[in-house]
Design a protein around this ligand. Structure first.
Ligand code: FES
Length: 185
């Protein structure tokens, strides 16, 4: 029995050892944590840089904005990782596929802004097709259909971020669906 306890303790020790560094890292710097349920968003560029995103800021048909998540409890912007860059755009709900509509908030959708091919950002926008296009190797992603790959070498869609509206603010309704960046989910 003692031997068995020793083996179990050893196994737990190995397991905790594998988990603790990641937990400790997130606790040490919440800016590195991925977006979480309840996070708000701040604009990262242009005249409105730093503004917290409200539904009224997003007009149907306007180009996407780039945002970062913000912990509403203490105002911490999670800008410690480029993997937290998010593209947010408002689309006519009639054009959204069912899965996308279910994650959207009044037509607003959000996706990781980091291409799943080799990790470029700075994706452009085709407002007629509702596609994002990566500047590096020209993968195109359909924003109305869960950012599926339409053309190009990226191996998978851009991770989607579910949204909700709370007191007029656009708020995360969960985590990324899939891992942001180039690592396979
Ligand atoms: S990094 Fe985006 S298509 Fe290659």
């Amino acid at each position: 029995m003692e031997d068995r306890r020793t083996v179990i303790k050893a196994a737990l020790g190995v397991g905790l050892g594998a988990v603790l560094p990641e937990v400790t890292l997130a606790q040490a710097d919440p800016r590195n944590a991925r977006p979480q349920d309840g996070d708000r968003f701040v604009i990262t560029e242009g005249d409105r840089k730093g503004a917290v995103v409200k539904l009224d800021d997003l007009k149907t048909g306007a180009p996407p904005i780039t945002v970062m998540p913000q912990d509403p409890a203490n105002g911490t912007v999670r800008d410690g990782s480029r993997l937290n860059q998010i593209l947010m755009v408002r689309i006519d709900e009639a054009r959204l596929k069912d899965d996308t509509k279910a994650r959207a908030a009044q037509g607003v959708v959000a996706y990781s802004a980091v291409c799943t091919h080799t990790g470029c950002d700075g994706l452009s926008w085709a407002s007629d097709k509702l596609w994002f296009k990566c500047p590096c190797h020209e993968t195109e992603f359909d924003a109305a259909d869960s950012a599926r790959v339409v053309n190009g070498p990226a191996p998978r869609r851009l991770p989607a971020l579910p949204l909700k509206i709370v007191e007029g603010y656009v708020v995360a309704a969960g985590a990324f669906i899939g891992r942001a960046g180039v690592t396979a989910p």
